[in-house]
Each structure stands twice: as C-alpha cells, then as structure tokens.
Write a protein that binds this ligand. Sequence first.
Ligand SMILES: [Zn+2]
Ligand SMILES: [Zn+2]
Ligand SMILES: [Zn+2]
Length: 267
Amino acid sequence: MPKRVFTFFLIAAVLSLVPALLPAQEKASSTAKCAHCGKALTEYYAPAKNAAGKEVPLCTKCSMLPRCDYCQLPSEVKTDGGDSLCRDCAKDCIKDKAEAEKVMKDVRQVLNTKFKMTTKHKIIYEIGNRKDLNLEADGEHNELGWFDPKTIRNKPQYTIRILTGLPRDVFRSVGAHELAHDWMNEELPHLMDKPEIREGFAEFVAWSFSKAEGNKRMMDYTERRTDDVYGGGFRKVSAMMGDAKTASEWKNVLLKEFPLKGKKSGK
Ligand SMILES: [Zn+2]
Ligand SMILES: [Zn+2]
Ligand SMILES: [Zn+2]
C-alpha cells in the first residue's frame, strides 16, 4: 500500500490568504479548540479527518504542518519503518514480532470465518524496516507488505513480511492483502503473473475484510487509491465480483473471467 500524499499543505498555504473564500475552512464556534495544539479557535479553521475518520478542527497554523501518513492530523512520530504518524495513530502500532504473529493469526482466522478463505500450510511472519524486509519502494508503489513464496530443498516455504510501526488497523488490512496473495497462489496460480488482477484481488479482499471489521477508514483508504494496478485493479475486481461473498464464489468468478489454459472450449 502506498503512503498518502497530501497536497493539503500547498492548498492551505495558498488559500489561507483568502480565508473567506476557502471552502475547506469553517467559521469556528466560540468553544472549539484545535485538535492538534489545543488552542482555542478564534477565527477560521481547517477540518481534518482523524484516525477514526471523524472530522476535527485544526487551527490555521497546525493545518500547515506535515500530516500523518494514515490520517489528516499533523504528524509527530517517525516509526522505524519510516512512516510519519500522528499521536493517535502512533498509540497502537505493531512493532513487535510476537505481537505481529498473534495479529496475523487472528487476521487469517477472520478471513477463514468470514469468507472461508484459507490455506493449510505454515506461514512465517516477519516484521522489520523497509530495508530488512526488502520491501519495494519505487515512489509509486510504496509497499507495506510482501508475500514471498519460495521453494527450499524441494519444499515450499511461505513468508509474509510487514513493515514495522503500522497502526493496528492498517497492519490488519495489509495482513489481509498478503494472505489474499497466499490464497491466490494456491488456488489460482495462473493469475499471479497478472499484476492488475493479483493486486486488485488482494485489495478487494483487504477492503472486504475492513468492511467486515467495520473499519471505515481502511475501506476509504483502499477506495481512494488512484494508481492503475492497485486502485484500478481494485475497481476492476470489485465490479467483477457482484454478489459473490466467499472465497469459493470469488474463485468461480475469476475462473470464468480467466480460464485455466487448456480448459477453453476444447480449442
Ligand atoms: Zn493548532
Ligand atoms: Zn494519524
Ligand atoms: Zn500485493
């Protein structure tokens, strides 16, 4: 998943010259306080969404500060994974291997319970910084997780790596995305070399998972992605799925759309 790039800074800087015309600014009520510095808002303020997706006010000064990578509040904490987080997002982030394993087991269980999406093999979970995990960061695709199937001495080995310091709900959503790769690799291996479908399906699973968890912000996060592979892939796969609600139904839809070679009408 890529980090969000906020152009808000520039917009706020330009528009604050004409506060009365700024649509994103609201007139403060007499008791409102800035959600970041706590100062009473005397004039106009900029609304920003916090980690819970709730709109809170920021004073003009705070609205100019660099923002959290996962919500719209000013960032205060730099994680070992290289993310910038606001106070709230930093409160409950995953940076411990044992905790990461526990959470991943739970996410795997939820995918099984809610969608009957499951694989039987053991998965190794790793957590670390971008360099340790060999996560790809080419500017456009700033990966937060990685599914790595390998064959070692003729035995398959499956590893999922996740960037350290992600807020818990972001971590869970990334975990669901990577587990979707694990499932596809097992059930529909012929689709693993179609980036748009591979990533689009993983995003669709992460979105469905966030929906099942009632996690509006991670649903929004997935919906707002604009790049072709992840954002475009998500929209394409979502549109395909219609009423399909379980992994076996998803598999049928994908098989209909992308038949296995050799099974196409005898030709
Ligand atoms: Zn402030
Ligand atoms: Zn935040
Ligand atoms: Zn992926």
